[in-house]
Design a protein around this ligand. Structure first.
Ligand code: SAH
Ligand code: SF4
Ligand code: F3S
Length: 471
């Protein structure tokens, strides 16, 4: 048993990140014969991508995917710790699984992801969810086969979570969910320590993958027919800073663009490390999409300081203008937190002011959620819930107004769309995204799936558009 410690997780060592190569032991390859698995994923793209790795590892062990949780022999919850409600959802699901396990004692239940990295969650599982079979963390995903096998001989919960990150493990197999768009990890962890955020504790020190591994992965994806890659990291602009070569995100974007892959996206950008070279590269290469997710968090300099974001409202606006000037059709989206400890009405007005100035294409908005172990958890959370809710409501109204206005500018225009599959709204429609990341429903036959086509926008809503293919 190995249990995480939040105190240790805070530590940043100078230890050099080495590389391991994943290989499954032959003895494990038949373990899942005749059995099925179901994975429920919470949280960000990184977790989605980790689940793609978990699925492939399980399939190497001969398990098959089951889309119905109630019928699976192994259920894994890949959890997120970013806000309280993410926690509640996972614990709620564990409650449901308890009933399933009562009906089928052979069911194996696993929990992994960011919540597994939290000391308090592990305690709760040991106290109240003793029937959970395996728990593993974000740093030892690759150990899943061993951990699963070990649990067969352990009547108690098999827990193996490391507090401190290990080496980067290359060659973990992956079962990609989408045949046209692929996620590619470029770095792990985060060293920014924004005061509200749990991620530096759950994902560890920033570790960049070596450029050649990333580029080779992209080249292989092209061969396999993929049209789009999204380079993933918690703050991708800091890519390379931990490598001992002179190579940064601008270099990586350029080299990725030169592989010839049709579309490149990247998330998430921290405004702090966004340099001019990056803007130049994005504007120069047509296969780097004109879409940037640039989290603001707050428009108030006082709150930004308390959040440890290390930029001011003015610096954010300057960066925003620079991006818009060099990449004129660029769509920019953001994340905003309301009700941070000490956020006064005037601070919130500053946020509104930035939203009015930037008129974002869209935004994810959140009420501050206290995360144990983070510096902000010790700050006095003095904004009444009613005020937080009012601010969120007002902010969302404004965000939606600008989203609709931005979408309106697309009406009757012809835009490139990567058609991904059937639309949820209507059998006769397909769906896809523009280069600027707008969701478009297109009335077209199925043979267009997997192609990038020109679409004329015929109708516009707040969160999507309709269009028809231009031949
Ligand atoms: N690495 C990304 C953010 C990942 S978390 C970045 O720095 O931009 C995604 C979003 O969740 C954050 O941008 C923030 O807006 C929100 N978030 C993070 N911690 C939060 C908390 N404790 N309460 C509310 N929202 C939070
Ligand atoms: Fe969290 Fe800040 Fe790191 Fe983003 S940059 S993951 S908000 S600590
Ligand atoms: Fe959640 Fe972990 Fe991602 S906390 S947002 S799943 S990095």
């Amino acid at each position: 048993m190995q249990i995480p410690s939040i105190k240790e997780a805070r530590v940043r060592t100078k230890k050099e990140t080495k590389m391991d190569v994943y290989k499954i032991h032959d003895n494990f390859k038949n373990i899942g014969i005749g059995k099925t698995y179901f994975i429920k994923t919470y949280g960000c793209q990184m977790n989605e991508h980790d689940s793609e790795n978990i699925k492939a590892m399980l399939e190497e062990m001969s398990f098959k995917e089951n889309m119905v949780m109630e019928k699976a022999d192994l259920v894994i919850l890949n959890t997120c710790a970013i806000r309280e409600n993410a926690h509640n959802k996972a614990f709620g699901m564990l409650g449901r699984l308890k009933h399933l396990k009562e009906e089928n004692p052979k069911l194996i239940v696993g929990l992994c992801g960011c919540m597994a990295q939290e000391e308090s969650v592990i305690k709760e599982i040991q106290d109240k969810y003793k029937w959970v079979d395996i728990v593993f963390g974000t740093h030892n995903l690759d150990r899943l086969p061993e951990i699963l096998v070990n649990s067969f001989h352990n009547p108690k919960t098999e827990i193996e979570v490391y507090s401190i990150e290990g080496n980067i493990v290359e060659n973990i197999p992956v079962k990609r969910e989408n045949p046209y768009k692929a996620w590619v990890n470029i770095m792990y962890g985060c060293d920014k320590f924004c005061t509200y955020c749990i991620v530096p504790f759950t994902r560890g020190k920033q570790r960049s993958r070596k450029p050649e591994f990333i580029i080779n992965e992209v080249k292989k994806l092209i061969k396999d027919g993929f049209k789009e890659v999204t380079l993933l990291g918690q703050n991708v602009n800091a890519y390379g800073k931990d490598l001992d070569i002179n190579y940064d995100m601008a270099n990586l974007l350029k080299d990725t663009a030169e592989t010839g892959i049709e579309r490149i996206r990247f998330v998430t950008s921290h405004p702090w490390d966004f340099n001019d070279n990056m803007i130049d590269v994005i504007s120069k290469y047509p296969n780097i999409m004109p879409y940037i997710h640039l989290p603001l968090q707050s428009g108030s300099n006082r709150v930004l300081k308390l959040m440890g974001r290390r930029y001011t409202k003015e610096q954010y606006l300057e960066l925003y203008q620079k991006i818009k000037a060099k990449i004129p059709n660029c769509s920019i989206t953001t994340d905003i937190i309301v009700g941070f400890p000490g956020e006064a009405e005037e601070d919130f007005e500053e946020t509104i002011d930035v939203v009015n100035k930037c008129q974002f294409d869209s935004a994810f908005t959140f009420i501050f959620s206290k995360r144990e172990g983070t510096p902000a958890a010790l700050m006095k959370d003095d904004v009444p819930l009613r005020d937080k809710e009012k601010r969120l409501y007002r902010l969302n109204e404004l965000i939606n107004k600008y989203s609709k206005e931005k979408n309106d500018t697309y009406l009757h225009k012809i835009v490139p769309v990567l058609i991904e599959g059937k639309s949820e709204k209507d059998e006769q429609y397909l769906m896809g995204y523009t280069d600027t990341m707008k969701l478009v429903n297109v009335k077209a036959p199925h043979e267009y799936i997997g192609k990038i086509v020109n679409v004329k926008i015929t109708d516009v809503k707040t969160w999507s558009m309709d269009g028809e293919i231009v031949k």
